[in-house]
Design a protein around this ligand. Sequence first.
Ligand code: FAD
Length: 463
Amino acid sequence: MPKRIRYLDRNKEPFIPPQERKKSFKEYALGYSVNLAVDEAGRCLFCKDAEKRCIKGCPIHVDIPGFIKKILEGDLVGAYKKIIETDIFPSVCGRVCPQERQCEGACILYYDTVRGRKNKGLPVSIGALEKFVGDFIRISGIEIEEIPEPPTGKRVAIIGAGPAGLGCAYELALRGHEVHVYEALPKIGGVMTYGIPSARLSKEILDYEYERFRRLGVKFFFGKVVGRTLSLRELINKYDAVFIATGYGRGRLGLKGDNLKGVYSAIEVLMRVNLFGNRPDLGEKTVIVGGGFTAIDAAITSLRLGVETHVVYRRTRETSSARQEEWDHIMEEGAIVHWLTQPVEILGDNGRVKGIKCIKMELTEPDSSGRPKPVPVPNSEHTIECDSVIFAIGQDPNPVSYEDVPEIKRDKWGGIIVDEKYRTSANGVFAGGDVINGGDTVVRALAQGREAGKFIHEYLTES
Ligand code: FAD
């Protein structure tokens, strides 16, 4: 009998209700039960040319039908092994990847990428299935053997323990190289730890991944700021190769009045709460400026700190880079979003924020990013009263780790320029992740780290 195509009955992941979940930083998406996961896996059509659809849509090319089939066969260890062939962090990527623009956006149930036309239904919930597999293995305590090759005697230093640094560490450790990771903060994960709130990504997952790396023999040196505590030059002299994966973690401000008390970068707020359990003084009402991942995470955080939360964004919801479902989540929790609104000045009283002056925008023809360009609507200035302002308008790289080696070429923002093998212009020094791509996604940083690891291995074994 031909398979019945289940276009619309996608299984929803259960969530903690908004009024309840905003009281704590506990993860609010509860994940699939075994029954829901098996039922959802049963929606996959296993289309013949999945390589041109979901697999191509995934930046790291996970064998999606392959792992879904294993779920249906009841072989979750097999499903996990299939995923980690390319994606070493299923529990993380299942949670934080913007799947609707990647694998799920190319699922044949939703969009036929081969014929280029919209189909009838809702995509298979690939992210939730990936998360289910990763969580099942982690929670059940099953240890998956990841056995490194015999020691090569080569030593590599990695700067930064975010997804790019970890991807590279994994690749090199498996190939038998001695890997030392220097990290400024007290934990692994980079943005996964200090940026993304626990409500979206439980930190237990990173603790589990940390143990995985330790089993592989990777050594971590925390609280080491390369460029301050020790220098890149020292690392170049001490190791056979160095990989720089320091991200794009310097929060950006940039508006008249941003020196007032109560003005923060989102990165500062997130880092203080996520890493140090510290409570920034946001007053009773905050205004977050921006429309990407960072703005959403700042809103998730301020709502949980009990602060009235407004978000001003100069474009529309559809043209934002944040995930559509995450806008829903923060609005359900009470955030008030002011679309098509651009801040023009922060207003103060006695040195402290008292409001933000904004202007309404309208969208016109696309700009260089391909998105419709927002332009101001005349005479639409207005003020939103508030006690604090959080900027989530993008980040800059922090070049402190590589400024003592001037031969490393930088782009105009201060990020590192590499060739197709992730080589910088200094011999034996490689770089990857946000520091070379200007800020992208966890999965892309991870993919670049792993790819760079392969090229570093090539370099180490050729020389
Ligand atoms: P990072 O994750 O930034 O890691 C860099 C590491 O290097 C950090 O641990 C840092 O402490 C360390 N470091 C820096 N300088 C030094 C130094 N001098 N010495 C030693 N260590 C140093 N992407 C998604 O796919 N989904 C999301 O939901 C998502 N949400 C995000 C939310 C926020 C708030 C932000 C800022 C980004 C988000 N992103 C998301 C983007 C994603 O997190 C990044 O693209 C990704 O983390 C980049 O990885 P990376 O390893 O290059 O850098």
